[in-house]
Ligand binder design. Structure first.
Ligand SMILES: Cc1cc2nc3c(=O)[nH]c(=O)nc-3n(C[C@H](O)[C@H](O)[C@H](O)COP(=O)(O)O)c2cc1C
Length: 167
């Protein structure tokens, strides 16, 4: 598992190449097994594969340009009426998606939407997402144009780990 976690990078450039139904199914399966506070699973995913829609999504924030070239964009939405823990639950779903994409030889890079009210409103209108649902993030999926360097030992920062008590 650690090799896969080290391999996961934020990849923002994708080949002009579709992903297979099997790959997409594997990625969506990884989301289905994410843990959820009180086992509520207050989340849904909108799978966007149409070019025009991906392009519109790519314009919603200054940091979302890479959505345009992705083979698919998975829009992770949470129902805030169902669970106050929708942010945590959706975040785990997004990370499962990201790791499963890497496991499939694909790549992704989280696009943050929560906290950007204009972007969230635009996306909800564009995708007919009901008012009770919130958009956490977009997860573009595509074949990477190049392999980014894997995370190495420099990321293991010992000072971040406190033993028994903080001080
Ligand atoms: C909560 C969260 C929000 C992020 N939002 C964006 C974003 O909107 N656009 C983007 O290009 N990258 C975004 N990223 C990717 C980070 O920039 C990236 O994870 C970080 O630079 C570390 O690089 P790595 O993912 O390759 O390890 C986000 C990552 C997280 C976890």
């Amino acid at each position: 598992m650690i090799p896969a976690i080290k391999k996961r990078r934020s990849v923002r450039q994708y080949l002009d190449q579709d992903i297979s139904e099997e790959q997409l199914k594997e990625i969506l399966t990884s989301a289905m097994y994410a843990p959820s506070a009180n086992a509520i699973y207050p989340w849904e995913i909108v799978v966007v594969r149409r070019s025009e829609t991906k392009e519109l999504l790519s314009r919603t924030t200054p940091w979302s340009a890479h959505a345009k070239a992705a083979a698919a964009v998975l829009v992770v939405i949470g129902n805030e009426e169902e669970s106050p823990d929708w942010v945590e639950d959706c975040s785990i779903v997004a990370e499962h998606i990201w790791l499963a994409a890497v496991d499939q030889g694909l790549s992704s890079c989280w696009i943050q939407i929560r906290g950007n009210d204009n972007a969230e409103k635009e996306i909800k209108e564009l995708l007919n997402i009901p008012a009770k649902c919130r958009v956490l993030c977009l997860m573009p999926i595509g074949a990477p144009t190049q392999e980014l360097e894997e995370h190495g030992d420099k990321n293991f920062i010992k000072s971040r780990i406190k033993n028994e008590k903080y001080k």
